[in-house]
Ligand binder design. Structure first.
Ligand SMILES: [Zn+2]
Length: 178
C-alpha cells in the first residue's frame, strides 16, 4: 500500500512521511476531474469530506503484468514530500481527461506513491495510490513454479528445472517487488 490515511493526513506507508492533508482531497463535485474510460469512481467520505475513490487497472499494452490501483485525488502535496520521476508529462494513457501525468515518488524512501496530473493551463492535482494489486505477476509466479514441478515429476533433471525457474524468477522479480 503506497499511501495510507493516518489521522487527518495521507502518509507514505513505507517510511511514514506525511504526503498530503486529507483536507486537500478534491471534492466529489470538482468539475476539473473528468475520468477517462477504464477508470471507475465511487463516492466516499474521508475525514468528513465527500470525495471520490478511483479504481483502475493498467492495460497489457503498458505492462505485461498489469496492476490494479485504487487512488484518491488531492490538490496539493506537502512541500518536498514527493517528487516526479521518469518521462516528461504526457497525455497518452492518462486516467483523467486533459491532464498529463508523471510518476510520483516519496522523497524520503523513493517508494512509488502515485502520479502528478497537469492540466493544459498548468493546474496541478495529484493521485495518491492507496492500494496496488499485482495479481498477474503472482499468477505468473504460480504458473512458473507449477511448470518447474511438472518438469521434475515428468522425469526432467531437477537442476535444469531449478535453473530455469531461477532465471524466470529473476526476470519476474521487478514486477513482484517494485
Ligand atoms: Zn516514503
Amino acid at each position: 500500500m503506497p499511501a495510507e490515511l493516518v489521522g487527518a493526513s495521507y502518509r507514505c506507508s513505507t517510511c511514514g512521511q506525511e504526503l498530503a492533508e486529507a483536507a486537500s482531497l478534491l471534492p466529489a463535485s470538482d468539475s476539473r476531474v473528468v475520468p477517462c474510460s477504464g477508470i471507475s469512481a465511487h463516492s466516499c467520505e474521508v475525514a468528513g469530506k465527500r470525495t471520490l475513490l478511483f479504481s483502475t487497472c493498467q492495460s497489457f499494452v503498458i505492462n505485461p503484468f498489469p496492476r490494479r490501483f485504487e487512488l484518491v485525488l488531492v490538490e496539493k502535496i506537502i512541500a518536498r514530500a514527493a517528487t516526479e520521476i521518469g518521462p516528461e508529462a504526457m497525455l497518452e494513457n492518462s486516467w483523467f481527461e486533459g491532464h498529463a501525468h508523471r510518476v510520483l515518488v516519496c522523497t524520503q524512501c523513493e517508494e512509488h506513491i502515485g502520479w502528478s496530473y497537469k492540466s493544459r493551463h498548468g493546474d496541478m492535482m495529484y493521485g495518491l495510490a492507496l492500494s496496488v494489486s499485482k495479481f498477474w505477476a503472482w499468477l505468473c509466479l504460480c504458473a512458473l513454479v507449477a511448470f518447474a514441478l511438472y518438469q521434475v515429476a515428468a522425469g526432467g533433471h531437477v537442476l535444469v528445472a531449478a535453473a530455469t525457474l531461477l532465471i524466470a524468477l529473476l526476470k519476474l522479480s521487478p514486477h513482484l517487488l517494485l
